[in-house]
Design a binder for this molecule. Structure first.
Ligand SMILES: C[S@@+](CC[C@H](N)C(=O)[O-])C[C@H]1O[C@@H](n2cnc3c(N)ncnc32)[C@H](O)[C@@H]1O
Length: 269
C-alpha cells in the first residue's frame, strides 16, 4: 500500500499538538472539506478527504503545494541539489527564482534548514530567518512528497492562493470548514502574526467572526481553533467553546516552549 502522506513543511501554529482534539470533533459525514488557512495542513493530512478546497495567503506556500501536486519528480530532482551549509543557505535566501519548481524547491529547502522552521518575512516581503544549524535536516523526503502528490492528484483537491474569503466562496450547506487563523496575540511578545507582511490584526479577528456566522447561516459545519483570549471568547460567545491545552513548539518567548491554552469553537455539537 502507498505510504500515508503527512505535512511536508514545518509551520508556525502547526496543529500537531492538538490534532487528536480536532479529529474527535470532526462531523461524522460532510460534503466538501474547506481549509482556508492551510499552513502545513495538519488536519487535511489527518482526514485525507475525497473532496477539498484549501488555500492560504502565502504565495510561496501555495506555489509549493501546486508544484508538489503537478511536478513532484522535477521538484525532488531540484531538492537533491541543495546543501545544508551556512554560505549556501544565505545565497539561497537572497535568490528569487521565477521558475515555479525552483521557487518551491527553495521554499522547502529554507523551511527545512532555517532556524525553527519559521517562515517570516520583512516589510519588503523578503524571507529573513537565520540559518538553523541542524546536523542532518531532511531536505528531501521523497517518499512523503510522492505520497502527498498522489493524494492531491487522485482526490479532488482544489488549491487556492488568496484570502480565506476567496477560498470559502463556494462553501455550501453540509460542507465542513476548519478555520485555523493566525492566533489572536496572548501578549505583546508572543505575536504569531508574521506569516506574511501585514499579519492578522484584531480587526481581522472581528471580521473572521462575521465570516464564521455567515458560514453558520449557509448551513456549513464550522470548527475554529484560536488562542484562549478574552477577545476570542467574546467574539464567539454564542457557539460551543471548549478549552484544550497545547504545548507550542514554536515560540519566541523564554525557553521556547510554553503551556498554552487554545479554544476549539464549533457551530454544531
Ligand atoms: C495558524 S496558521 C495555520 C496552521 C495550519 N493549520 C497547520 O496545521 O500548519 C495560519 C495560516 O493562515 C495564513 N493566513 C494569514 N492571513 C490569511 C488570510 N487573510 N487569508 C488566508 N490565509 C491567511 C498564514 O499564511 C498561515 O499559513
Amino acid at each position: 500500500m502507498a505510504r500515508r502522506p503527512k505535512p511536508f513543511v514545518k509551520w508556525a501554529g502547526g496543529k500537531r499538538q492538538i490534532i487528536r482534539e480536532l479529529v474527535k470533533r470532526v462531523p461524522e459525514s460532510f460534503g466538501v472539506y474547506y481549509e482556508p488557512f492551510l499552513g502545513g495542513g495538519a488536519l487535511l493530512f489527518e482526514l485525507l478527504p475525497k473532496k477539498a478546497v484549501v488555500g492560504d495567503i502565502n504565495e510561496e506556500l501555495i506555489n509549493a503545494y501546486t508544484v508538489v501536486k503537478e511536478r513532484v519528480e522535477d521538484l525532488i530532482r531540484s531538492l537533491k541539489r541543495h546543501r545544508n551549509e551556512r554560505d549556501y543557505y544565505y545565497r539561497m535566501r537572497r535568490e528569487k527564482p521565477e521558475d515555479p519548481v525552483e521557487r518551491a524547491s527553495r521554499f522547502i529547502y529554507l523551511n527545512r534548514t532555517c532556524y525553527n522552521g519559521l517562515w517570516r518575512v520583512n516589510s519588503k516581503g523578503e524571507f529573513n530567518v537565520p540559518f538553523g544549524r541542524y546536523r542532518n535536516p531532511k531536505i528531501c523526503d521523497e517518499e512523503n512528497l510522492r505520497a502527498v502528490s498522489l493524494y492531491l492528484r487522485t482526490a479532488d483537491v482544489r488549491i487556492v492562493h488568496g484570502d480565506y474569503r476567496e477560498t470559502l466562496k463556494t462553501a455550501k450547506g453540509g460542507d465542513f470548514v476548519y478555520l485555523d487563523p493566525p492566533y489572536a496575540p496572548v501578549s505583546e511578545t508572543s505575536r504569531f502574526t508574521e506569516y506574511v507582511s501585514g499579519g492578522f490584526s484584531e480587526e481581522d479577528q472581528v471580521k473572521l467572526a462575521e465570516v464564521f456566522r455567515d458560514l453558520d447561516r449557509r448551513g456549513c459545519y464550522v470548527m475554529l481553533s484560536n488562542s484562549d483570549t478574552p477577545l476570542v471568547r467574546e467574539l464567539y460567545r454564542e457557539f460551543l467553546m471548549e478549552t484544550v491545552s497545547a504545548n507550542r513548539p514554536i515560540n519566541r518567548v523564554g525557553s521556547g516552549r510554553s503551556n498554552h491554552r487554545e479554544l476549539i469553537i464549533r457551530n454544531y455539537g
